[in-house]
Design a protein around this ligand. Structure first.
Ligand code: NAD
Length: 483
């Protein structure tokens, strides 16, 4: 297994190195050891990637949708064949257990390439009859799109942005998070192996300043960011200054409401999936778990029992179900929040500390008796920290669930069908769940409202965000003019 990438960047169909750029160490989160190194893109590298994308996009857009789709579908097949190898890479990039990466990372990238590859041939306009005259519309690509990724799902994010962009006839320059630089390079390599023309999908490394250079370049028509709300505000503002299209997939502090008629084990399972998968580093996590008073103690007891079954250990061991945080920095942020939870009077049910082993492990942590004004109930932690809040009735739960600047996700567990739909109908959130949590199939739109984002990824919705409509009026008779 080669963990050191062939080179830092992938431009114009090939790996490119430029050691002039600042070095970025690749650290394996399970041990804290440096396993490789890349270099941030210099302005010359950024320029080269954008020039290559701009040149390649014109020819790519001229191909039929079927031709474009065939290449994406072929890439999906290659990814599925190499799922194990790619999952091992993803585990080294992020620290997430192989048990997870085998199931949801490369496979999710393959899903996106298959789905948008399949849609590419059916992107059509419409014909609008106007008596003798008529209008037809054409769905056109935007041009060069920039994708900027977070570190929690490096393969998935690179593909969720790349697949719809390429299906619509755009080219892309993707900048992975500096914390997880490896996986997007592999995606670029596989796309070229599948027949993608050089320059259509490029990867450049770097910190925020490389992202900012890409966003500010006039050759770029659209920016899709997955990241935090503060970064989203900066990137959205910079894109707006040049009237660019944007998709913003940002953070959240999502509510999961559990009524006392819920199936207890399913509700506990949903809360576990919505707080501890990927060690809690999931944007849509339901970290404010509102539990109706009638089942609160039963819920906490069952939760503590099931958390005891978590297998914490070497992420490369397929039995491991809970791994480290992505970095020392993220671990320290999370531990800071744990301290605030304790200091502000939340009741610690389990966890609450760093684990005594190498790597950046934080124990799965549950706080009960959390109130709405506590820091751990208001701010995104992005780690394995669940806050359990009590509530009496439906109206109260709905009002408190919505009392946040975020609006990415929301979930409800209840056996009452009417209540489930009534509550979800009132949630100010983009991606919602009934008697489930955190499912993200490519067929379903994904994205947030309020500060959690703009636009949608996945599903047919994503097509709207990677293309634009041209309308053409066709006059069949003479032109009438006033003079
Ligand atoms: P981050 O905001 O620190 O960084 C995200 C990316 O933006 C990185 O690649 C970074 O280099 C880049 N960046 C930083 N400053 C920039 C600038 N001024 N211009 C352009 N690019 C810039 O986020 P992170 O710490 O990598 O990821 C965690 C955050 O991402 C969390 O808030 C999480 O909720 C969010 N997230 C959201 C989703 C979603 O789909 N909604 C998915 C995963 C993560």
């Amino acid at each position: 297994m080669q963990l050191q990438p062939t080179a830092s960047h992938f431009i114009d169909g090939a790996y490119v190195e430029d050691t002039e750029g600042a070095p970025i160490d690749i650290i394996y989160p399970a041990t804290g050891q440096v396993i490789g190194r890349v270099h941030a893109a210099t302005p010359a590298i950024v320029d080269r990637a954008l020039a290559s994308a701009e040149a390649a996009q014109r020819d790519w857009a001229r191909r039929t949708g079927r031709e474009r789709g065939r290449i994406l579908t072929r890439a999906a097949a290659i990814i599925r064949e190499r799922n194990h190898e790619l999952s091992v890479l993803e585990t080294h990039d992020t620290g997430k257990p192989l048990q997870e990466t085998l199931a949801v990372d490369a496979t999710s990238a393959a899903d996106a390439l298959e789905y948008f590859g399949g849609l590419a041939a059916s992107l059509t306009g419409e014909h609008i009859a106007l008596g003798e005259d008529w209008v037809y519309t054409v769905r056109e690509p935007l041009g060069v799109c920039v994708g900027i990724g977070a570190w929690n799902y490096p393969t998935q994010i690179a593909a969720w942005k790349g697949a719809p962009a390429l299906a619509c006839g755009n080219a892309m320059v993707f900048k992975p998070s500096e914390t997880t630089p490896i996986c997007a390079l592999k995606l670029a390599e596989i796309l070229v192996e599948a027949g993608l023309p050089k320059g259509v999908y490029n990867v450049v490394q770097g910190m925020g300043e490389v992202g900012a250079a890409l966003v500010g370049d006039p050759r770029v028509a659209k920016v899709s960011l997955t990241g935090s709300v503060p970064t989203g505000r900066k990137v959205y503002a910079a894109a707006a200054a040049q009237m660019k299209h944007v998709t913003m997939e940002l953070g959240g502090k999502s509510p999961l409401i559990i009524f006392d008629d819920a199936d207890l084990d399913n509700a506990v399972g949903g809360a576990i999936n919505g707080n501890f998968y990927s060690s809690g580093q999931v944007c849509s996590n339901g970290t404010r778990v509102f539990v109706q008073k009638g089942i609160k103690e039963a819920f906490l007891a069952r939760l503590a029992e099931r958390l005891g079954d978590a297998v914490i250990g070497d992420p490369l061991d397929e039995a491991t179900s809970f791994g480290p945080m992505v970095s020392a920095a993220q671990m320290n942020i999370v531990l800071g929040y744990v301290d605030k939870g304790k200091a502000e009077g939340a009741r610690l049910i389990c966890g609450g500390q760093r684990l005594a082993r190498d790597g950046f492990y934080v124990a799965p942590t549950v706080f009960a008796d959390v109130s709405d004004d506590m820091t751990i109930a208001r701010e995104e932690i992005f780690g394995p920290v669940m806050s359990v809040l009590d509530f009496e009735d439906e109206a109260e739960a709905v009002a408190r669930a919505n009392a946040t600047e975020f609006g990415l996700s929301a979930g409800v567990f209840t056996r009452d069908l009417s209540r489930a739909h009534r509550v979800i109908g009132q949630m100010q959130a983009g991606s919602c769940f009934i008697n489930s949590y955190n499912d993200a199939p490519v067929e379903a739109p994904f994205g947030g409202v309020k500060a959690s984002g703009v636009g949608r990824e996945n599903s047919k919705e994503a097509i709207q965000h990677y293309s634009q409509v041209k309308s053409v009026y066709v006059r069949m008779g003479d032109v009438e003019a006033p003079f």
